[in-house]
Design a protein around this ligand. Structure first.
Ligand SMILES: Nc1ncnc2c1ncn2[C@@H]1O[C@H](COP(=O)(O)OP(=O)(O)OP(=O)(O)O)[C@@H](O)[C@H]1O
Ligand SMILES: [Mg+2]
Length: 194
């Protein structure tokens, strides 16, 4: 299975989601590669913080992996060509500017009929503007990842939420598990939006 995290907007959580999902699959004993195709090299920098990672992180494809997650740069790809994938995961923040760029990304994948799923990221249900944004038609059916300190803390430590103890990390682990289950359902049942 090959998953590609895509959004032309920076800072929306592509790397966070990529590495947390990679950690989930590694925990499921899937040989997993996090393929960093962003010239910023954030996933590689994250891996350098870690003494060891439970999955491989590299800047190129290599054979022998059951799951490959491709992290991409925050821009429209050159020549409009994106990495081949079974599913494009589009994380987006819910503020107005992020939403505009997300809509460009969504139009891009829809025009090319690429199978995709949307993840509303850093959601805070106590914020009225977040609740309102989630009711827009483009976000109907979007998966939700909440704003959680466990994501930012593990990112800063070269770890994943699966390395952290306690309830706060457990809630994030369960959330990533739900995202992975949804991805599994979408990629195996052919129910992806294109
Ligand atoms: N759900 C979340 N809860 C809390 N913090 C988050 C969440 N998702 C991402 N972050 C934080 O937001 C910041 C940006 O996330 P990340 O680097 O994953 O985005 P990106 O889309 O890969 O950005 P870039 O454009 O730099 O590649 C990071 O500091 C990360 O820890
Ligand atoms: Mg990134």
């Amino acid at each position: 299975m090959r998953i590609c995290a895509l959004n032309f907007k920076g800072g929306c959580g592509r790397t966070t989601l990529s590495l947390q999902l990679a950690a989930f699959y590694a925990k499921q004993r899937q040989r997993t590669l996090l393929h960093d195709r962003d010239p910023q090299g954030s996933a590689l920098a994250w891996a350098a913080l870690a003494e060891e990672t439970p999955f491989s992180v590299g800047s190129s494809r290599s054979p022998g992996f059951q799951v490959e997650i491709v992290d991409t740069a925050p821009r429209m790809p050159v020549n409009g060509v994106v990495p081949q994938a079974d599913l494009y995961v589009i994380p987006t923040l819910l503020d107005a500017v992020s939403f505009v760029v997300f809509l460009h990304t969504l139009a891009f994948v829809q025009e090319r009929r690429l199978p995709h799923v949307i993840v509303a990221n850093r959601v805070n249900e106590r914020r009225a503007e977040h609740r309102a944004r989630l009711t827009t038609p483009e976000l109907s059916g979007a998966l939700v990842v909440r704003e959680r300190a466990a994501y930012s803390a593990s990112y800063d430590l070269g770890q994943s939420v699966f390395d952290l103890p306690g309830r706060w990390a457990g809630d994030a682990q369960a959330e990533i598990g739900r995202i992975a289950s949804a991805i599994h359902g979408l990629t195996t049942m052919g129910r992806v939006a294109a």
